[in-house]
Write a protein that binds this ligand. Structure first.
Ligand code: GUN
Ligand code: ZN
Length: 434
């Protein structure tokens, strides 16, 4: 099916903090798709009569066409416990998270929540995510089935956890290896789906289990590694007690061979210098999760340090510690994290997150963090046609605010700070509306 989408195209072809002309802004242009793939982009004035008659036309003339958002860290089984009051990480896990994740031993329940979760992502314009399942193999089966039905590019994995959690929620090194392997064989690279080996974090795995995770990465070099790193001070202290022989927190993962180009570490707030260097040297990626980091009181991620070291960073909502599925809300809080860092550590001379960098992180930056920049994150020929139609001014307040903006950058910033799901007018997945 050939389709043509008429509007203002907006996307990044590079990191705007590294290249001057990174932003591509094409008013009155047309995005042509063929069988879900972007075929070409043209100025409307250059469209031929044949093209006008051969394609199915969609008119979004006064709106923006932007790549689908990419969420590089989120937990689908935590959907129902979003916004659970008053605790920091380890207490929050015990009190709210583990009892909720227990429910996902029930396959029918996992299906129901997978469906709800994916609909919620789509409603917010997120078309790709790197997703934690629960410890139950069936939770991931259910998730992949629902993602496949919607033809979404999704990455998921069964949580591996064999200690420091309730008995009802632990597996073993052997069972987690076997079940992960079965899931990889069945789902990895099936259509648009990929698998992530997913040890929860150092605290809930024995050395033996982390080694099993490393063995899976050796056997399947193309799969992802997805875990948490250096989120909270008590977590770091406990990790050091559990692994006294490791040089630092990242060293626990390093000694199990978990550092690859396809490793994504969520949070990375309190890293030591050597850990930063190791992440850079192994080409690992970081998921920056501002709403979660503020909600749990975990700390303020140092985005500029990651930038200096050329470490790929994507945005993560981290629902349910994160407080929104919405990428605009997440970018809003990311800006505030950089503002707080500026205020609290003036000696570091850091910049506030610019709107250009923010929207880059939510699109092409996320794609790069997931090694998917040849498939998604840009609106160029050959890319998969996952995109959003955005109206930056739908509410009376947004309309009033947009009247006084003078540049595209100001308009993007207005959307970042005032925007919500109502600004996402439509979302297309492989050229199809949802
Ligand atoms: N560390 C280990 N498990 C979790 C989790 O579920 N959420 C967050 N934010 N951090 C974690
Ligand atoms: Zn998380």
């Amino acid at each position: 099916m050939q389709k043509a989408f008429h509007g203002t195209l907006l996307y990044f072809k590079a990191d705007p903090n590294q290249t001057d002309d990174a932003l591509v802004h094409l008013p009155n242009h047309v995005l042509f798709t063929n069988n879900g793939i972007i075929e070409k982009v043209k100025a409307y004035t250059e469209v031929s009569a044949t093209e006008k008659s051969n394609y199915q036309w969609y008119n979004f003339k006064d709106q923006w066409i932007v790549p689908g958002f990419i969420d590089t860290h989120i937990h689908y089984p935590q959907t129902e416990m979003i916004g659970a009051y008053g605790e920091a990480l380890l207490e929050w896990l015990e009190k709210y998270t583990f009892p909720t994740e227990r429910k996902f031993e029930d396959y029918a329940y996992a299906k129901e929540i997978s469906s709800f979760f994916l609909n919620e992502l789509l409603k917010n314009g997120t078309t790709t995510a790197l997703v934690f399942g629960s410890v139950h193999k069936n939770s991931v089966e259910a998730f992949f089935e629902e993602a496949e039905q919607r033809n979404l590019r999704m990455i998921c994995g069964k949580v591996m956890m064999d200690r420091n959690a309730p008995e009802y929620l632990v597996d073993t090194p052997e069972s987690s290896y076997k079940e992960s392997k079965e899931l990889i064989e069945k789902w990895h690279n099936k259509g648009r789906l990929s698998y992530a080996v997913t040890p929860r974090f150092a605290i809930t795995s024995t050395q033996k289990q982390l080694e099993k995770a490393g063995q899976l990465l050796l056997e399947y070099p193309d799969v992802y590694l997805h875990t948490h790193l250096s989120e909270n001070q008590n977590e770091i202290a406990f990790t050091k007690e559990l692994f006294p022989e490791a040089k630092n927190y990242l060293g626990v993962y390093k000694q199990a061979n978990l550092l690859t180009k396809k490793s994504v570490f969520a949070h990375c707030i309190h890293l030591e210098n050597e850990e930063w260097k190791d992440l850079a040297n192994h080409n690992c990626s970081i998921a920056f999760c501002p709403t979660s980091n503020l909600f749990l009181g975990s700390g303020l991620f140092n985005l500029e340090k990651a930038e200096e070291l050329n470490i790929h960073v994507g945005m993560g909502t981290d629902v349910g510690a994160g407080t929104s599925f919405n990428m605009l809300n997440t970018l809003n809080e990311a800006y505030k994290v950089t503002q707080l860092r500026k205020g609290l550590f003036p000696e570091d001379n850091q910049k506030s997150l610019s709107p250009l960098k923010a929207f880059y992180l939510a699109t092409l930056g996320g794609a790069k963090a997931l090694s998917l920049e040849d498939q998604i994150g840009k609106l160029e020929p050959g890319m998969e046609a996952d995109f959003n139609i955005i109206d930056p001014a739908v509410s009376p307040l947004q309309k009033l605010r947009m009247k006084s903006v003078k540049t595209l950058e100001e308009a993007l910033f207005g959307l970042q700070i005032l925007g919500n799901s109502e600004n996402i007018i439509a979302t297309f997945v492989m050229g199809k509306s949802n």
